[in-house]
Design a protein around this ligand. Structure first.
Ligand code: UDP
Ligand code: MG
Length: 361
């Protein structure tokens, strides 16, 4: 079929060849006008683009109504159609009821209720999975990610960018300890991993549909660092700075312990340098041992007696601590492998509200 059509087209083109040349000159002038008119019609006919805003919610009963009011006002004016996807990550306060209420009155609000708490990252992934927009923005429910930035993010999408990284200018509310540990974390991960991570990038970011598709299809690890994927997957990227506000209400859901575990997992899922530490430590201790051997032999020849108890104790303690550290690191990696092999679901949906039929689960 296709071949026949091709052949017919070629023949027709050959017959028209001479005439076409004559017409070409005339058409050139008119062509520009026709093209412009075409562009106008397509623009008029094209439906408005759809923006999906994904908001992770864990015990945000106080912040939710504020967020909804604030974000709604701005989204109504952003120039795109929108859907506001709240992912209720197993909240145990009144967030669930509030979300029922909001989604009952506003069809643009869609809600995914998890069966339990799966964590912020899982919530963002679920939101992206369920989003049907031409672009997706992820943000927190506590108004630390100012909805006022949305129109600028939308402008970047319109300009053709695929990834909009939001860079936090300052974070007063995080506190000194969190700021220091976060600085340390980025120093380590940038040192050990091939990817360069933006220090102040946040879980506030925007991705175009094709970038979101990559997240939906290719980054399905159990131990994840979504922000890292967004920064390392390439495409046309742009950075946008914002001033992090104080939490609108409630308190932070990330404890230092949670953050530490998260940081360790992230470093290990983005780098295998810690695994190779064993080789470096082995080489270093071999050199050290050799020097010690030479020293002991020289001492034996010169004084005829074996040297010091202290040296032995120090060396044994040091060697054992290195050994245990390395075993621990290997254990961590095996733990990650174990999780990936089990391939348990990243999240479990208990209920979805206001999603078009095909997306309900
Ligand atoms: N969050 C979540 N699941 C969790 C912890 C937090 O969905 O297990 C949400 C939380 O409701 C908020 C966002 O993730 O919208 C960021 O959390 P939080 O503000 O507590 O973190 P911080 O801004 O202090 O780093
Ligand atoms: Mg916050």
């Amino acid at each position: 079929m296709a071949e026949n059509r091709d052949a017919a087209e070629i023949q027709a083109a050959a017959e028209q060849g001479a005439a076409a040349e004559v017409l070409a000159a005339a058409a050139q002038g008119a062509g520009a006008e026709v093209q412009a008119a075409d562009a106008q019609t397509t623009e008029a006919v094209q439906p408005r683009k759809l923006l999906s805003v994904v908001v992770s919610v864990y015990n945000e009963e106080e912040a939710l109504p504020l967020f909804y009011r604030e974000a709604g006002k701005i989204l109504d004016l952003c120039g795109w159609d929108y859907e506001l996807i709240f992912v209720n990550d197993g909240s145990v306060d009144r967030s669930r009821e509030i979300l029922y209420q909001i989604s009952k009155d506003d069809p643009k609000v869609r809600v995914i209720h998890f069966s339990r708490n799966f964590g912020h990252e899982a919530a963002m992934i679920a939101g992206i999975d369920h989003a049907s927009g031409d672009a997706v923005i992820c943000m927190d429910a506590d108004l630390q990610h100012p909805p006022a930035m949305i129109p600028e993010i939308v402008r970047r999408f319109t300009a053709g960018y695929d990834v909009v990284n939001m860079i936090r200018l300052s974070n007063h509310s995080a506190g000194l300890i969190k700021n220091i540990t976060s600085g340390g974390f980025y120093a380590v991960i940038n040192f050990v991993s091939g990817t360069k991570f933006e220090k102040n990038a946040s879980d506030f970011f925007g991705v175009s549909r094709r970038a979101a598709d990559v997240l939906r299809q290719n980054y399905r690890e159990r131990v994840r660092f979504l922000r890292g994927y967004v920064q390392s997957m390439g495409f046309l990227r742009t950075n946008l700075e914002y001033e992090a506000a104080d939490r609108a209400a409630g308190h932070s859901k990330y404890s230092i312990r949670k953050l530490f575990r998260f940081s360790m997992n992230t470093i290990m899922s983005f780098s295998d340098l810690p695994l190779r530490l064993g080789i470096y430590a082995g080489a270093a201790s071999a050199i050290f041992g050799l020097l010690l051997l030479i020293y002991s032999l020289v001492e034996k020849v010169r004084h005829g007696a074996p040297n010091g108890y202290t040296t032995i104790i120090v060396v044994i303690c040091f060697m054992f601590s290195v050994l245990f550290l390395l075993v621990g690191i290997i254990g961590q990696y095996i733990g990650i492998l174990f999780q990936e092999i089990k391939a348990r679901p990243i999240y479990l949906v208990e209920e979805t509200v206001n999603f078009p039929e095909k997306q309900g689960e």
